[in-house]
Design a protein around this ligand. Structure first.
Ligand code: ATP
Ligand code: MG
Length: 392
């Protein structure tokens, strides 16, 4: 018994440095993001002269928003230090800290890890923060990552409270800069008083990674994380093909990591495309689930109808007419009124752009507007089970 345990624990690995495959790892080179990094540097340059700036980064999942922000802020802090200036940089994830008080506590913990987590109002915490900054003769740079979570519940005054530090005409002025990161348009969520401290031109929008960009990102991680010659050349091709559907670097790195683990579990010293396929099958259900949560009820009903139909007919495609009929039935099953034909088309287009289905023109013998719908990668079974869960 103990020998099995020891054999496994001590078995060799294709992976040289597991940490490199962790989502928090910051690579030396952030690939294919030269322009946005340059833009950040231009936007935040005034901080080196003690003038605060507010910037927004926006972009879809896994497009490097977080890693880029961290890389940039660390470089800025280091450069400022060389010039004898102190910029205190705090990175807050608002999905984890979704209230003003929790964000402020996170900021105060940067200065004092023992700052009590209760007993202070937001106003009092702002005062403590002001004193901390004053004492250190420091300016503050706060990154509010996944910032939309903070504005989901109405009434966040935090940004306003923080920007007041730099506003005040008194001698007590302390530059406080903000970098807001989100997949959504956070500026549209701000009230007018807060919005006035942001300029639209200070917003960077990141695009999904192309297949070739993902290829380079995957190749970089292979070189950093794996022993030489342990990853078959086909792996980076396959991973970037799969991940390019979403343009998501996190998904690509996750596939690479899981493929490596899968090779280790089989005690082989080469990661092959077959390991990637296994990793994909395993990962899809997780990724699908998190993306499904973003769909609205009627989009889910539409997707459910398609999956149901494909499963029942056992075919590769369902035409849009049949899908719409099934949609009407599905709506009834879930006690919903089917929406108009036009709305149904909108739902279809939306779930297509979210990557769940593909649409193509049907061949001869079909009506002009009829299209064929398919589920490109995910088994209909997985989709319908998850959707059923979400529809409740
Ligand atoms: N240009 C890049 N070069 C190297 N690695 C990258 C690059 N872009 C992203 N990555 C890696 O991909 C993963 C996802 O990136 P990141 O966490 O920055 O995405 P994100 O845009 O913040 O996504 P989300 O909206 O889900 O938070 C991380 O492991 C990151 O290191
Ligand atoms: Mg992020």
């Amino acid at each position: 018994m103990s020998s099995i345990i020891e054999d496994e624990l001590l078995s060799s690995s294709v992976i040289k440095d597991l940490e490199v495959l962790d989502f928090n790892y910051i690579p030396e080179d952030i690939l294919h993001r030269e322009e946005p990094l340059r833009f950040l540097a231009q936007m935040f340059k005034p901080l080196l002269s003690g003038i605060s700036q507010n910037v927004v980064i926006r972009g879809p999942v896994g497009t490097g928003k977080t890693v880029m922000a961290k890389k940039f802020c660390i470089s800025l802090v280091n450069l400022a230090r060389k010039q004898g200036k102190t910029i205190e940089y705090v990175h807050i994830n608002c999905r984890k800290r979704s209230k003003d008080a929790m964000v402020l506590l996170g900021i105060l913990n940067h200065f004092d890890s023992r700052f009590p987590d209760r007993g202070f109002s937001v106003q009092e915490m702002l005062e403590v923060l002001r004193k901390q900054l004053k004492r250190r003769d420091a300016q503050l740079l706060v990154v509010l990552d996944e910032a939309d979570a903070l504005f989901q519940k109405k009434g966040s005054n935090l940004i306003y409270g923080l920007t007041r530090f730099s506003d005040e005409s008194s001698m007590d002025k302390i530059p406080v800069s903000l970098l807001l990161i989100s997949q959504k348009d956070v500026l549209s969520m701000l009230d007018s008083a807060t919005l006035s401290t942001f300029k639209r031109s200070n917003e960077i929008s990141l695009d999904k990674y192309s297949r070739d960009e993902l290829f380079d990102i995957v190749q970089q991680r292979i070189d950093l994380a794996f022993h030489t010659g342990t990853v078959d050349d086909g792996c980076s091709d396959l991973i970037s093909d799969i991940a390019s559907e979403w343009g998501d670097a996190r998904f690509a790195i996750e596939l690479l990591w899981k493929a490596g683990i899968s090779a280790d579990h089989q005690h082989v010293d080469l990661v092959t495309p077959e390991h990637v396929r296994a990793a994909k099958a395993e990962t899809y259900s997780i990724v699908t689930e998190s993306k499904l949560c973003n769909l609205e009820r009627h989009q889910l009903l539409t997707l459910h109808s398609i999956a149901k139909r494909l499963k029942k007919d056992g075919t590769a495609y369902v035409n849009t007419g049949d899908a719409e009929k099934t949609y009407a039935v599905t709506c009834e099953e879930y006690g919903e009124k089917p929406r108009s034909h036009t709305m149904f088309w909108n739902y279809l287009k939306e779930i297509e752009s979210a990557g769940f289905v593909t649409l193509k023109q049907s061949g001869k013998g079909q009506l002009g507007t009829t299209q064929l719908i398919s589920l490109p990668d995910i088994p209909a079974e997985i989709v319908s089970n998850k959707v059923e869960e979400l529809l409740g």
